[in-house]
Design a protein around this ligand. Sequence first.
Ligand code: MSP
Length: 538
Amino acid sequence: MAATGEEQQGAKAFYVTTPIYYVNDAPHLGHAYTTVAGDVLTRWHRQRGEKVWYLTGTDEHGQKVMRTAEANGVSPQEWCDRLVEEAWKPLWEHLEIANDDFIRTTQERHTARVREFVQDLYDKGEIYQGSYEGPYCVGCEEYKAPGDLLDGEGEWAGQKLCPVHKKPVDILKEENYFFRLSEYGPKLLEHYERHPEFIQPESARNEVVSFVRRGLEDLSISRSTFDWGVKVPWDDKHVIYVWIDALLNYATAVGYGSDQAKFEETFPADVHLVGKDILRFHAVIWPAMLMAQGLPLPGKVVAHGWLMVGGEKMSKSNLTGIKPQDLTGHFGVDAYRWYFLRGIQFGQDGSFSWEDFSVRYTSELANDYGNLASRVAAMVNKYFDGLLPEAKGAGEAEQAVRDGLAKAVAEADRRIGDELDFSGGILAVFDFVKQVNGYLTEQQPWKVAKDTSPEAQERLATILYTAAESLRACAVLLNPVMPRTSGLLWDSLGAEAALGPLAEQRVQDAARWGQLPAGSTVTKGAVLFPRLEEPKDA
Ligand code: MSP
């Protein structure tokens, strides 16, 4: 069995990050998608018995946030405080995100270290003064390559548009400080070559490699036309470019420059989760910044696709941003966490529909899984007064269930824990749920129960034990994805008394048969996935 967290004191933590989100608005499904994925991944690793650090937070500087605050008639800091406290943190709590820290880029623990980092690069000659003119998208907070822009039509005829936001770009001309990014191309390519796993999926890797092969330009790392940012230490007419400031959160939040022991135990990240639109920042600029400073590079940058609405990336700016709470109120938090990871291949774009969610909820969660749990609990109550009977002997059918479980555990552990193939891993568990349902349909315990002979009663005991023990494993395997309902199932199986808390069960040990002791008190418990109510506007 894997060592527990306490036994690993001093060992490097499995460190996972989400992007830090702009607080120009409240979170929508797209933001929650990444944060839930990271939560499932880190809960999975915690249940492997590993030491884990899961970081999320907010990106509060830059023009985008500043303009929103102005439009709302408050200072940028007031705006950020309000949004963080009233929208972002409450959502993560609502979605049961178990992050270990929440970094805000306006915190002193961050800004002080950002200044030191940039000063260091300046002292090393990695930063120089120059001027730049080019198209800038405030939505992306990024200078765009002219060749990537789209031609505007209609109200924007004659203007150039950002390909992501489909809005006109600003033409900026500024005296700036530049980071010698262009010098890092060969070293980056060498790193990608040596570590093929560094950028995932394959399509994302290919895109970055060909981008870097085309040659990198130096990067403007300061802005001087507004002041909502971290001041450049040697020239306070400039603020540090918001992306340089933001990327450094991954270091400052874990003790860079302030707590060396914590830093060494945590940094670098094993997995940076990002949307594909911000891949280059993480797979090109961030590693180059680290190389310039002689710091170790992250293990993997994993880019996921976009949640789409009407063929476009869901976003607040095109008014398609849907609030997670609009869905959790109807489907529940656990089903929400499950649905997007189950339904969309991580790395691909995916569209969401209320109908698709309803269909999957009803067939997979309510009918396949929820019903299995309630039928088994009901039969143990009816035929054995709620005490789990002992299995007397196992035949071929039972062996097939055990084999199915072993396969599901190995597959889910590999896919979710190592490959970030959440849909494949969840599917492996739900295939097993289907198998157990099939087993009950074939064994017909309700018929066996009618025969009062000792042999039939023994057979009945074996069937129900097999089903309950299978559910014990499902609760363990689905806990990272659906912590609330898995907890309800754990309670209903009376598992805690003998096996301890659910979160302490090791995923890789879930197939070891016979963990649930005979005599456990099985209660009917709450319905895991209640029948959906008709939507109000239906
Ligand atoms: N602040 C930067 C990130 C800095 S990280 C050092 C930023 N913030 S963001 O709020 O605009 O976006 C954060 C993440 O949300 C990105 O990974 C982006 O891909 C993701 N999503 C925003 N809309 C999305 C969808 N419609 N679908 C899936 N994810 C999307 O970029």
